[in-house]
Ligand binder design. Sequence first.
Ligand code: CAA
Length: 384
Amino acid sequence: MQFQLTEEQLAVREAARDFAQQVCKPGVIERDSTMAYPTEQVRQMGELGFMGMTVSPEYGGSGLDNISYVLALEEISKIDNSCSVIMSVNNSLVCYGLETYGAEEQKQKYLTKLATGEWIGSFCLSEPEAGSDATHQRTTAEDKGDHYLLNGTKNWITSGGTSQVHLVIAQSNPDAGHRGINAFIVETGWDGVEIGAKEDKLGIRSSDTHTIMYNNVKVPKENRIGDDGFGFKFAMKTLSGGRIGIAAQALGIAGGAYELAVAYSKEREAFGKPISHHQAIAFKLADMATDIEAAKMLVYRAAWLKDTHGNYDQAGAMAKLFASSVAMKHTVEAVQVHGGYGFVKEYHVERLMRDAKITQIYEGTSEVQKIVISRGLLKGELYV
Ligand code: CAA
């Protein structure tokens, strides 16, 4: 067993840390406040190879491992979680899904643009009445011979206002239940694709989250991913990896809040000494550090399992469940360490606290992660 990162992994972490500090940090408070999309930051993430980190160089990706990917996400998430969610969805759900399950022509046509960040991708599964209960897709994709006719509404779509490509999950054969569901590559510019207003959110406010309507959209047959009826499994398999990305985001949020709390507690004095010398604060920092280390082990292990082709369904779910709860708990504590300053935007911790909440919700709520973990352990897939 080894706990050391390689030279390459360390270099990726350093590059992501520099990018977060130098490119994401300036203006992050204002972007959060005005909901301004991080256009320049996303462009540079593409240039740096952060938009297709694990994709093979053959398709324009960086060809790195999943440990490097989670390290980069973690660093960016310490500062700007609008950037990190755009990066995570593009990498874990869209690029990974296409590279692993897409046909060669689909990879040449779409993945080569998505992996470089020239295009951005969205993953369209959730619906107004199908969030956690994802098999109950109301969006339909009727087989019309040479094409499918897509109709329905998708909710809370990350990058919904900026993406050029949507991976859309839809029901083609309701009688077959989840085995009738397909996944499609849909271009935003096609007739019948309608983008709703940008959501005004509690956190990750500058990422663009939209409702998307598909009204009689003609999707060519060659844009279906995998065999007929593979769509639900495609979504589940892809989300298993996506959850590792969100776990890394949560880890970064907790780590960012911890770093701010440590720095502030060393500077701020009360009752004649830095507040870090008061046990009430020092013990909070000790609890934060311990929980963050534990979350790190779960996140890195899940990424390692993905790299080594192990089963990471439960490991990813555990990592997301735990890291998101650590992020929520300790961002609240970090605000408390800052006292009144923690409650104002200038000190950054209140934003991290607001951002933390979504990590317990998207890509499967904490309750869904418990379903995945418990089913796995009852089937004997999990060795504890
Ligand atoms: N890999 C492969 N197949 C899988 C699988 C996996 N990880 N998980 C389930 N399946 C298969 C099952 O084997 C089953 O197939 P068979 O009947 O052929 O055996 C089929 O899928 C249905 O599985 P279940 O019976 O377990 O389905 P369920 O209705 O009980 O639901 C669930 C399971 C885990 C709750 C699932 O519905 C789920 O994950 N829900 C949450 C959805 C979610 O994460 N949404 C996030 C939206 S995306 C997002 O947030 C992106 C963004 O922009 C940030």
